[in-house]
Design a protein around this ligand. Structure first.
Ligand SMILES: [Fe+2]
Ligand SMILES: [Fe+2]
Length: 162
């Protein structure tokens, strides 16, 4: 099954320049991560046993980059936005749940890669979830943060995220 990567920052209606520098940085990180996700996803469509090791290394390298990105969101952006919208339920809780679930899929793939054919499907599920997650951040969460956070908070984010 072909999966079209057409969401997230690929949408021409999202103008990165209208966001504060910290959110612009997070969006630009999506632009770096999305092509890697696409490459990994496409590779799952015809994976050979001899390619598994390369695939593992690619996924591990991707997870390092994803971890740095999601940490900035959780520790700074979500933390600050939670003062306005709470974090027990609602958008922050959903975003954190999706970080956790996507990483769990990727970790499960790495754990199962040697001896389970379904491992590739687990990887695909993780990548699909992440793609939807990025789109939600760009269309809902980042605009919400841009609107609600004050200048002082945006400057604080800039120090930590840039
Ligand atoms: Fe995120
Ligand atoms: Fe993100």
């Amino acid at each position: 099954m072909t999966h079209e990567f057409v969401k997230g920052c690929h949408q021409p209606d999202i103008q990165i320049s209208r966001f504060c520098p910290a959110i612009q940085q997070l969006m630009e990180e999506h632009l770096v991560l999305i092509p890697i996700m696409k490459q990994i996803y496409n590779r799952t469509e015809s994976i050979q046993a001899s390619e598994l090791d390369t695939m593992r290394k690619e996924v591990e390298a991707f997870m390092d980059q994803l971890e740095k990105h999601s940490y900035k969101e959780e520790a700074y952006l979500f933390e600050t936005l939670a003062k306005y919208v709470g974090s027990d339920s609602g958008p922050i809780a959903v975003m954190e749940y999706e970080h956790h679930t996507a990483k769990a899929y990727l970790n499960r793939f790495l754990f199962e890669i040697e001896d389970n054919e379904d491992a590739v499907q687990t990887l695909r599920s993780g990548v699909e979830l992440l793609e939807e997650h990025f789109e939600k951040e760009e269309k809902v969460l980042f605009p919400m943060a841009e609107h609600l956070l004050n200048q002082e908070e945006k400057l604080m984010l800039e120090k930590h995220i840039l």
